[in-house]
Design a protein around this ligand. Structure first.
Ligand SMILES: [Zn+2]
Length: 257
């Protein structure tokens, strides 16, 4: 099983959460967190803001006097336009199928009357820690991340509106190469992120780690060694996440002039 408590103690995760908290605007009252999962960020939002709506596909269970839990889908939000001073959506957009990604972003913009804070992995190599589903045989990118974002793509999804602030928290080298990936693929991705909470993106069933023969294990160790050399000698570390804060009224006021 995925150990959430252990993950929260990791340095990159601490840097991610610190960045979100640092970027939060002071002047907001009603806040939506779209895709709140276990409510880890929600509770931090509730320390700062009086009313926090926590939304997820499954009805969240977050017991806090300032938190309202709502079941919903970010591609079709059941809120009126401009319902929230601040909309926070982190670690969500990388999971949204590309054909409905623009809709999701448009919905987040629609329900915000001022601020929008978005966080996604930065230029993630989706081949790293890919998995193969033992049930349907299909390949899954790591932890169900379907989309990879650079700054240009993320900005264009939000209409290239002028942003207020960006941060790139976390540093690391998480890349693979064609040969290592081909070997992993041949042997059913033994180093995939099988402990992840997310099920197979194709059939929805739980991912399970494959059992490997000795020759397969040796081949995969070789591939891993190659990856290690690549990451040691290749380009230096890059950011793990990109966080963007927009004040969408800035562009609105410019338009009015
Ligand atoms: Zn499957």
């Amino acid at each position: 099983m995925f150990d959430t408590a252990q993950y929260r103690r990791k340095e990159v995760e601490i840097q991610r959460v610190d960045s979100i908290i640092r970027m939060l605007p002071a002047d907001a009252h009603q806040v939506l967190e779209a895709g709140c999962r276990d409510g880890y960020i929600t509770l931090k939002l509730a320390e700062k803001y009086p009313v926090v709506t926590a939304l997820d596909l499954k009805l969240p269970a977050i017991a806090h006097p300032r938190v309202v839990c709502v079941q919903g889908d970010i591609t079709s939000l059941a809120f009126a336009d401009k319902s929230f001073d601040l909309v926070v959506c982190t670690e969500v957009l990388e999971h949204i199928p590309p054909q409905i990604l623009e809709t999701a972003c448009a919905e987040l913009l629609r329900v915000s009357r001022r601020y929008l804070l978005i966080g996604v992995p930065f230029m993630q190599d989706l081949r790293v820690h890919a998995t193969r589903c033992v049930h349907c045989g299909s390949i899954n990118p790591t932890t169900g991340h379907i989309n990879s974002f650079d700054q240009k793509r993320l900005m264009s999804l939000f209409g290239n509106k002028p942003f207020t602030r960006t941060e790139y928290p976390g540093r690391g080298v998480y890349k693979t190469n064609r040969l290592s990936y081909a070997v992993y693929k041949r042997f059913e991705f033994p180093y995939g992120s099988y402990e992840q909470e997310e099920p197979c993106i194709h059939c929805g069933r739980r991912l399970e780690k494959p059992r490997l023969s000795l020759p397969a294990r040796l081949a995969c160790l070789f591939a891993k060694g190659l990856e290690y050399i690549q990451n040691k000698t290749g380009p230096s570390e890059s950011p793990v996440w990109i966080h963007v804060l927009w004040d969408i009224t800035v562009q609105d006021s410019l338009k009015c002039q």
